[in-house]
Design a protein around this ligand. Structure first.
Ligand code: B12
Length: 251
């Protein structure tokens, strides 16, 4: 079996290192042979070799949707990225309970919501409700957590007021709709409000959603961001460790 060269990693489809990529996009042009040519030319300019249109169709009048294949010739040095610290060792539910008992000696209070006009509540429910996600309890099922799930379409002002009322250790925000960068606006507004109230140092701020990343979250002033595939114990691990570190550093 061929060994992977971790200093020059590229996408893999038929055989290692072939660089084959599948991508999809929509062009604002009518469904036509010219549209197909435009997509091929664009993929070429993106740097893909041997681009192919494997499917295209009219999305609506004046718009054409494409599924393309192309060969990516660039590679990335994966070895140079090791030790960057983006992999966290998560604890299990039992380990989290024991860690909280040993280090915190009280319940961790969290308040969460899907904010602004965003109606998608499945993400925040997955994190907080007893039923949880992927066979793992949400934080409501932990002895060491007191959870307040405010649901969806919650104004940032209401979320913050609740957090202050219950003395929250962490505010948890879910954002799914990213059209027009709505999520960035909502997430930023909350940070600004927390800061204006002089509470930023008292609360952990964490957010999540399919298009949220830890990098984006940090850039917007959050302590952490979580994306697709997050399970409740990932979030719980982060919260108890972060809180314990804050308790330890405050003497
Ligand atoms: C179900 C659904 C709905 C339901 C929502 C029901 C509900 N109660 O939530 C309904 C039908 C209401 C709906 C409405 C709309 N939807 Co919708 N919806 C979906 C759908 C099919 C699934 C979303 C979902 O539940 N995923 C499952 C959860 C578990 O995944 P998740 O949210 O990513 O959560 C995980 C992580 O992201 C993370 N996470 C999430 N939040 C948090 C928070 C914290 C603190 C942490 C730690 C982690 C975390 O952990 C979770 C578990 O791993 C998606 C398409 C898809 N297949 O993804 C579209 C989708 C999200 N919807 C979309 C759109 C556009 C809409 C509408 C605007 C449509 C319209 N024109 O009316 C409206 C929204 C109106 C509004 N005001 O918000 C788009 C969003 C595009 C974008 N990026 O902006 C999608 C992607 C569909 C699409 N391809 O166009 N929708």
């Amino acid at each position: 079996m061929r060994e992977v060269d971790l200093t020059a990693v590229r996408p893999y489809a038929d055989h290692l290192g072939d660089g084959l990529v599948q991508m999809s996009f929509t062009l604002p042009v009518p469904y036509s042979l010219a549209a197909r040519k435009a997509a091929l030319e664009l993929a070429g300019r993106m740097g893909f070799e041997e681009p192919e249109v494997v499917h295209y169709e009219q999305l609506t009048e004046g718009y054409t949707y494409f599924v393309m294949y192309g060969r990516c010739v660039q590679s990335v040095d994966f070895e140079a990225l090791q030790g960057e610290g983006f992999d966290i060792e998560y604890m299990s539910e039992d380990e989290i309970e024991r860690f909280a008992e040993e280090h915190l000696h009280r319940k961790v209070v969290v308040v969460g919501a899907s904010t602004g006009s965003d109606t998608h509540s499945v993400g925040i429910d997955a994190m907080l409700n007893l039923k949880g996600y992927h066979g793992h309890h949400g934080l409501e099922g932990y002895r060491s957590f007191e959870t307040h799930n405010l649901g969806s379409q919650v104004p940032n002002s209401v979320l913050l007021a609740k957090a202050i009322e219950v003395g929250a250790d962490a505010i948890l925000v879910s954002q799914t709709v990213t059209q027009q960068n709505l999520h960035v606006h909502n997430l930023t507004e909350l940070v600004e409000m927390v800061e204006a109230e002089g509470r930023r140092g008292d609360m952990i701020l964490a957010c999540g959603g399919p298009r949220v990343s830890n990098e984006l979250a940090k850039e917007l002033g959050y302590d952490a961001g979580f994306s697709k595939g997050t399970e409740p114990q990932h979030l719980a691990t982060f919260i108890v460790r972060e809180l314990a570190a804050r308790v330890a550093s405050s003497g």
